[in-house]
Design a protein around this ligand. Sequence first.
Ligand SMILES: [Zn+2]
Length: 114
Amino acid sequence: MNTKLQALVALQDLDLMIREAKDPEQATREEELGFPLSGVDKLERTRDRLAKQIDEQLLQRYERMSRRFTRVVVPVEGRVCLGCFMGLPTATRRNIDPGTVEHCENCGRILYRL
Ligand SMILES: [Zn+2]
């Protein structure tokens, strides 16, 4: 996986963790399990640090899309986007070079290959 995407996938994970931790219902449950709420600060600090390593354009796209989707960065299996389960046109496959970031032409999610 290209490193740009690796950082973005990690950032997405943190975002999901932060969202869960802030969800009151979820938070109560996690707290019972021993997840301290102060942990959110730590998550947010790590997220900020990670965000600095990500391409500004890519990050902006991610932020924009994360309002629409829970998961913006999704894997591709074969030629199927695992965000919307639509097959990708072959052209998308052909144009890959390790430095480019692919998007699903159907749902617009950012794709990565496993
Ligand atoms: Zn898709």
